[in-house]
Design a protein around this ligand. Structure first.
Ligand SMILES: [Zn+2]
Ligand SMILES: [Zn+2]
Length: 498
């Protein structure tokens, strides 16, 4: 997602979590941690469970814990061409670890072994990434319930005696003894099953396609009024947008708001550190605070970068644009439904496209490419883009190559779904008029220009956790989330008609 929320809702702040960072360094030194964990777990299993169940309240339970107290968290093995990106698998593995540590208190080896088994079982049963996420979310939920049951058991004040059998077997099933993890009920995405075909999906999405007026209001690039090739116009420019006229010798930094001088090629004339807050200011009970560091605003920045950045935005000088073309009507009337997401990095010229991901209605990635910007990158914007310098080594695809692929893949009537898609279209330099935008379909209660964050929509409607990783996020995940939000919406529509 290119657009951060314009305002932070309280729910986001409340839900903010500290991401689990696996101890990669320790893992590298101990490549056999998972194996070691597996081999020690059988013995540890019985003993710890027994100890935990029979120890009187406040009694010592030290015997088996110290030897495994500092195990590094397990890591998903690298798999090339896997059906689910490793980053996503790692995230759910981390969730499994956290929750299983509560089921097996003080027994990291056992918890990690079970977490690895659980994740592998979910992965093995998933034909696609969408199914994986759904199964993984279901499993995490069950583990949390199990952990809560365990907490009740140990802290409920009736812990002296043995645990009733029913609870033990319940926990055993949840924690996956003897492959029980494979027998959990599968809550397949029913909304997908309800829509029989892509042409039905295409028709049912029609009421949500933005009108020309909405496209203009929401800042989508539109065809140039004079028909000049490569040119686009914006009918509406956000009053808060920082405008830099073409050829300007000064720019305002997007992060710290400082003004800095640039040469013709966009290089900063003076080397200057950028001290900034990466989060937003939010107001809660009258307090203004930064979401990044929780300091009271105003306060000096909590992050330092080597240079200032700008998006060098001039609404009257939009060049290099391509428009999707009319194509013959397909027999089933379906021009296609895709969701897309782009990432941008900062270059000397401003914000430029560095990654594009297109997914189909099954949540499968149909096109993904890293993109080499035209101008030298000065900041990869890794926190938000997930793109690192080394990712770009050997990447030669240009934005014009990407445009050629998209113009081939889409017609002017193809439905493109995304969240604040106008930002993606500006990054892609794409003019397209058949758009379903989840920021419009699920508006903020205060109306425009406020927008709800995609992650909040997902946690509200899909009970899905996204974009909590410190190391940036996965753009296919955002695109899949937008597609799933619309599938959810169509399902809700169908319910209200009954
Ligand atoms: Zn901060
Ligand atoms: Zn700055």
């Amino acid at each position: 997602m290119l657009c951060e929320p314009l305002i932070m809702s309280n729910s986001l702040v409340e839900r903010r979590r500290v991401a689990h960072v696996p101890n990669v360094g320790a893992l590298l030194q101990k490549p056999s941690v998972a194996a070691a964990a597996a081999s020690t777990s059988a013995a540890a299993d019985t003993k710890t469970v027994t100890t935990a169940q029979t120890a009187p309240k406040g009694g010592k339970r030290l015997a088996h814990t110290p030897s495994t107290a500092n195990l590094a968290r397990p890591k998903i093995p690298a798999e090339f061409g896997g059906k689910v990106p490793t980053a996503i698998r790692q995230r759910y593995l981390d969730h499994f670890c956290t929750d299983l540590l509560k089921v097996y208190p003080g027994n990291e080896a056992q918890a990690y072994k079970k977490a690895l088994e659980e994740e592998q079982a979910v992965y093995n049963r998933s034909p696609s990434r969408r199914v994986y996420v759904n199964l993984a979310v279901g499993s995490v939920k069950r583990l949390r319930d199990a952990a809560a049951a365990g907490a009740l058991r140990t802290h409920g004040g009736v812990t002296a005696g043995p645990v009733p059998n029913r609870t033990v077997s319940h926990l055993d099933i949840l924690a996956g003894k003897g492959g029980a993890s494979g027998s959990w009920s599968i809550e397949r995405n029913k909304k997908v099953d309800e829509i029989k075909s892509d042409s039905e999906l295409y028709q049912r999405l029609q009421p949500y396609v933005l009108t020309e007026e909405q496209l203009e209001q929401n800042g989508f690039p539109r065809a140039d009024a004079l028909g000049r090739p490569g040119r686009a116009r914006l009918a509406h420019v956000d009053s808060r947008a920082r405008i830099t006229r073409a050829g300007a010798s000064c720019r305002e930094c997007l992060r710290c708001n400082r003004t800095y001088a640039v040469a013709d090629d966009g290089r900063a004339l003076v080397e200057d550190q950028c001290v900034y807050h990466w989060g937003r200011v939010y107001t809660r009970r009258g307090d203004k605070r930064y979401s990044c560091c929780s300091q009271e605003a105003p306060a000096d920045g909590c992050c330092v970068a080597a240079c200032h950045v700008s998006d060098n935005f001039d609404p009257d000088n939009l060049v290099g644009y391509m428009a999707t073309m009319d194509k013959p009507e397909p027999a089933d009337g379906n021009h296609g439904v895709f969701a897309l997401d782009c990432e941008m990095s900062y270059t000397q010229m401003g914000g430029e496209l560095t990654r594009i991901t297109v997914i189909n209605s099954d949540g499968d990635t149909v096109y993904e490419s890293l993109v080499k910007p035209d101008s030298p990158v000065i900041d990869f914007n890794t926190r938000f883009s997930g793109i690192k310098e080394e990712d770009m080594e050997g990447v030669d695809t240009t934005i014009r190559d990407v445009q050629a692929v998209l113009l081939n893949m889409f017609s002017s009537k193809t439905i493109l779904i995304g969240h604040s898609l106008e930002s993606d279209f500006k990054a892609l330099k794409l003019i397209h008029s058949t758009v379903v935008d989840t920021s419009v379909v699920f508006p903020h209660k205060m109306g425009r220009p406020y927008k709800r964050a995609l992650r909040n929509l997902c946690s509200d409607h899909l009970k899905r956790i996204i974009q909590n990783d410190v190391g940036g996020h996965d753009s296919a995940e955002d695109a899949v989330s937008c597609m799933d939000l619309m599938l959810w919406k169509l399902k809700e529509d169908a319910k209200s008609l009954r």
